[in-house]
Design a protein around this ligand. Sequence first.
Ligand code: ZN
Ligand code: ZN
Length: 200
Amino acid sequence: MSDTPRIHLGSLLRASEDAHAEGELTELTYEQGGATQTLTFTEPAWYEVDINSLSNDEMYLQGQFSPTLVMECARCLRDVAVPLDLTLGTLMRYEPSADAPYLEEAESGEDVLVFGDPDLDLSAYLAETTVLAAPLSVLHAPDCKGLCQVCGHDLNEGPCEHMAQVPVEEIDDHLGVPEGSAHAKQNPFAALKDLDFPEE
Ligand SMILES: [Zn+2]
Ligand SMILES: [Zn+2]
């Protein structure tokens, strides 16, 4: 199971000793705007983090994180696996008064990870880095047909009675289509063959 990704920075802060942490994550839970968010991965995602002291309260984090993120297809909402390969590199600053760790933009424009607890929880940092690297939206296939706007049927699995391919005047005739005819067909055109077009 997934543990919280933590790195212990007590001896780094006391004696400038380098710190290292590694492990696997099947998900990342973090707080955002008062709500708990979860990123889910298709398989345990490896992370490795090294932190080196730069000065009394500044340090540099380097590492790797390779999650395969579960996202929703923007059209049909089914799960899509999005593999990411992240190279981590971030300045850090220890501020005992800081509550939860957060990213702050430095004058240089670089992000600085500010933290107050030497037992540093990397969840929010890894989650934010993952979200920034992930595409805004994905399709499970380039030609995803999406969901019917009327009934929510997944049109990749076949047509429903609302499909635009069925002329509007036919819709009423086919609302009573028997179970398992239109919806069971994988090929959207297979169902059209079964429609009883008026003889005249
Ligand atoms: Zn889709
Ligand atoms: Zn429909």
